[in-house]
Write a protein that binds this ligand. Structure first.
Ligand SMILES: [Zn+2]
Length: 445
């Protein structure tokens, strides 16, 4: 997963720091709290209306979409229903890079009044984009909904462990502490001890690192009621490990910088899709809808920011749709799981794609047994038949356990794949992403 990538917020002229912005958030807040409880049929109808309106507006007012759809020979008069989306070609990251801002921004939009953001681009190619202020207000309200879904209340203290702090209006009564995820783990733990948060919101790798280093004495001070992890893929085992250390539930959230919240786990641990701001398709290799429980490429249409809408955006993640319902009270549809960035999937010698989560589970289980086995680690697929586990020794490093991990990973594949280890000196450090495939693949993978 999760995948979302790290980003930097570059706020537009500070104009959200005013009462109007706060008013927008309050208004959006009412909508985001009511919407999930409306009957499914209402939600579906409203979602369809927003999606079609977004497409029609983009065709008329965003030059890029007019050129793209006309160029593809799309008859826009046939686009009336959600199923008609299949008539439209998908939007790629490369198209965004080539056309931003110019053709991709709605005609007449005041860029200085927008929220500007960018992904760091884990592939080395950053992506910039704009969000309208009303869209940004909606996304902030939606973030608050994610917290409330898992038990956060306005009087609770929260802690936000990320690269960059959230940009909130000055008048909001946020009780949020920001801790840089780039600071040393000892410093993060010291700040957590000071701030005593009820809720911790962090990248999953940051939270895992903290869980592996906290002492029993630290846990006398750090007693969160709930933890939410996001922006990277995390396995259920990893979340259970964090949960065991902090004695509180850990929930996963699927969001990206471009689209913000896409889905989040409710207290029943089911992923609800936020259809009030995004429409999510799961596509099979033929470009048709994947069946419930089947893996598909995730394609997203945003409906809350007309200044630069993402229409059928191939975000580069994979996941499984669901036709189940949830008993938590939310009527928003479910998705089964998120299986990580397409780029992170291993490509085996036969060309078959292999889920990164299965590899990470092997390492995760070893770390459950011995939390200080590694100071840091990373799995890199260097060639189709070569995987390397890079690591920096932890305080309780154990060669036997390392060998068990290697043997465990090796037995996952029924194809000839060599798994090697490479010890890295602490001074070099290892990039945060836990698994990376450097195998080049076809665009359609
Ligand atoms: Zn639920």
């Amino acid at each position: 997963m999760k995948h979302a990538v790290a980003a930097e917020h570059t706020p537009g002229s500070g104009c959200y720091k005013n009462k109007a912005m706060l008013f927008s958030i309050i208004l959006a807040g009412i909508k985001v709290y009511i919407n999930p409880y409306l009957p499914c049929s209402w939600q579906n109808k409203m979602t369809e209306r927003r999606v079609i309106k977004t497409i029609q507006d983009a065709y008329l007012n965003v030059p890029f979409y007019k050129q793209k759809y006309d160029g593809a020979g799309v008859d826009m008069s046939l686009v009336h229903r959600i199923d008609d989306l299949k008539l439209l070609p998908v939007l790629t990251k490369e198209e965004i890079r080539r056309n931003y801002p110019g053709n991709l921004v709605r005609r007449g939009a005041d860029i200085e009044k927008c929220h500007k953001s960018a992904t760091s681009g884990s592939s080395g190619q950053p992506l910039s984009f704009l969000i309208s202020l009303s869209g940004y207000a909606y996304y902030l309200a939606e973030s608050a909904r994610i917290y409330s879904m898992i038990g956060y209340r306005p009087w609770h203290r929260s802690c936000y462990l990320r690269y960059a702090p959230l940009t909130l209006p000055e008048l909001s009564a946020s009780r949020q502490t920001f801790i840089s995820s780039l600071s040393p783990v000892a410093e993060q733990i010291a700040r957590l001890r000071q701030s005593k948060p009820d809720l911790i919101d962090a990248y999953s790798s940051t939270m895992l690192d903290i869980a592996r280093h906290v002492t029993i004495e630290d846990l006398q001070y750090i007693k969160p009621r709930v933890i939410t992890v996001n922006s990277e893929m995390s396995t259920r085992d990893e979340r259970e490990y964090i949960s065991g250390v902090f004695h509180c539930p850990v929930f996963d959230e699927y969001s990206t910088e471009e689209t913000w919240g896409i889905a989040a786990e409710c207290y029943k641990h089911n992923y609800h899709i936020f259809t009030d701001s995004v429409w999510v398709e799961f596509l099979d290799s033929q470009g048709k809808d994947a069946k419930p429980g089947e893996l598909g490429d995730i394609v997203i249409t945003t409906t809350r920011s007309s200044v630069m809408p993402f229409i059928r955006y191939a975000i580069g993640d994979r996941g499984k749709p669901s036709n189940r319902t949830c008993q938590c009270g939310y009527k928003m549809p479910l998705m089964e799981s998120i299986e990580g960035r397409t780029d992170d999937w291993l490509v085996l010698p036969s060309g078959r794609l292999f889920e990164p989560s299965k590899v990470l589970c092997i390492v995760g289980k070893a770390i459950q047994q011995n939390p200080l086995l590694f100071e840091e680690y990373k799995i890199i697929q260097k060639k189709q038949d070569l995987i390397v586990l890079q690591y920096i020794r932890g305080r309780d490093f154990d060669t036997n356990l390392l060998n068990e991990i290697i043997a465990g990973i090796s037995t996952l594949f029924d194809e000839p794949v060599v798994v090697l280890t490479e010890e890295v000196q602490p001074s070099r450090g290892i990039k945060r992403q836990a698994l990376e495939s450097r195998v080049r693949r076809n665009d359609n993978l």
